[in-house]
Write a protein that binds this ligand. Structure first.
Ligand code: HEM
Length: 363
């Protein structure tokens, strides 16, 4: 259908290719000697930034869907769709490093010094993604003095500073989980039933350690100590004050209600009403893991490219990056839930009325 103008849309105009393909200006050329691989270096970074833009676009849509006092079932479905797309993009981001690694360290040295003090550390969109997901300033491992903002221009500092004050996806998911209506089991005391099952499982574990003829007394003590640690973790499910202490010590971040809701969603994920929430939680872990994978891959590539030299942005290079890969995570609580699972065969059976409430009925 015509929009009233006779002008036909043209591929190159639509995509602004004249502008886009003029955006690769080699610093080495400006300094008088073209370094062949600088083109690859620029194109790769620009490709990353375009994908970051798409991730921000998808995350913004999820934020809009969840930034509400009620999130409908179709909205969760839509959010899942956006998050799935993000994970597919992330896989491309990890894989793209293979292309970059066709550049050798000597090729990189042809233009590296011309880049100082610029660095991927200054990628505003990367930081925006981190903030939108829920990486807080206090969670960040950084280097040198000052925050990650200190190496940015004022306009970028302002933009990121603002993004820190908006609710992150972590916050929105926490609120959504805390509101889940299916935590109401009526007369049925789920937590007491779960505690009994946990006690049975941990007592069996203790017996099997103590009666294991292959373990020395010393080994037994080590394993029993680990088991006591696991018990404390379980205790935090049944004792809110203990849980809140874990939060205060930085060992948990989700609120008690959100954490226990996430546990139930995982345990009873086969109930129709929990399918989508389960998918949502799984995707949040996928996103966290894929970013960690990208960080590890980037850190390895950096060690191959510059050895133990410092980065162009002034960090300790590979050393800094490998630490950050472990440290700068957002949804670790969801990973830690696994400690608190018990075998499906031991799960308390939900009362019929609860199961009916969780099911879909076509009748
Ligand atoms: C030859 C290729 C590359 C090298 C040698 C390299 C090196 C480094 C180093 C050493 C750092 C730490 C900060 C510093 O001291 O500069 C860093 C940070 C970073 N780089 Fe790269 N990088 C390369 C390619 C890329 C690419 C293609 C991207 C894609 C956007 C990227 C994104 C980042 C990001 C986002 C950070 C910040 C990480 C954080 O602080 O969490 N880098 N890079």
């Amino acid at each position: 259908m015509s929009d009233g103008s006779d002008k036909q849309i043209y591929y190159s105009d639509y995509l602004k290719l004249d502008e886009l393909l003029q955006c690769q200006e080699l610093e080495s050329a400006r300094r008088g000697k073209v370094a062949h691989d600088e083109m690859l270096f620029i194109v790769i970074h620009q490709a990353y930034e375009l994908w970051f833009k798409q991730i921000i676009w998808e995350l913004s849509a999820v934020h809009r869907l969840f930034d509400s006092s009620t999130v409908s079932e179709p909205s969760v479905g839509e959010a899942v769709h956006h998050l799935e797309r993000i994970t597919e993009i992330q896989k491309v981001l990890v894989q793209q490093i293979d292309v970059l690694e066709t550049m050798t360290p000597l090729d990189f040295l042809d233009f590296r010094d011309a880049l100082i003090p610029a660095s991927g550390f200054q990628s505003v969109q990367f930081r925006l993604v981190e903030n939108m997901l829920g990486l807080r300033p206090q969670d960040r491992l950084t280097y040198g003095s000052g925050s990650y903002l200190s190496r940015l221009q004022e306009k970028h500092r302002k933009l990121l500073h603002e993004s820190e004050s908006r609710p992150s996806l972590f916050d929105l998911v926490d609120e959504w989980l805390s509101r889940t209506p299916f935590l109401d089991f009526g007369e049925f005391n789920f937590w007491s039933a779960y505690r009994q099952a946990v006690d049975k499982m941990l007592t069996q574990d203790k017996d099997s350690i103590e009666s294991n003829p292959l373990l020395s007394d010393e080994n037994k003590e080590v394993q029993l100590k680990a088991l006591r640690g696991t018990r404390t973790e379980f205790d935090s499910l049944f004792d809110r004050e203990l849980y809140d202490r874990l939060v205060a010590d930085g060992k948990r971040r989700l609120s008690y209600n959100a954490f226990t809701a996430a546990l139930l969603i995982n345990l009873y994920r086969n109930q129709p009403i929990l399918h989508l929430p389960f998918r949502m939680l799984t995707l949040l872990m996928d996103i966290d893991e894929l970013f960690a994978r990208w960080r590890h891959r980037h850190a390895l590539m950096v060690s191959r490219m510059i050895g133990s030299k410092i980065g162009t942005g002034g960090s300790s290079g590979h050393n800094y990056l490998s630490k950050v890969a472990e440290h700068n995570r957002v949804f670790t609580d969801l990973f830690n839930l696994s400690t608190l699972y018990i075998p499906r065969s031991e799960l308390p059976e939900l009362p019929k009325a609860v199961v009916e409430k969780m099911g879909f009925s076509l009748g």
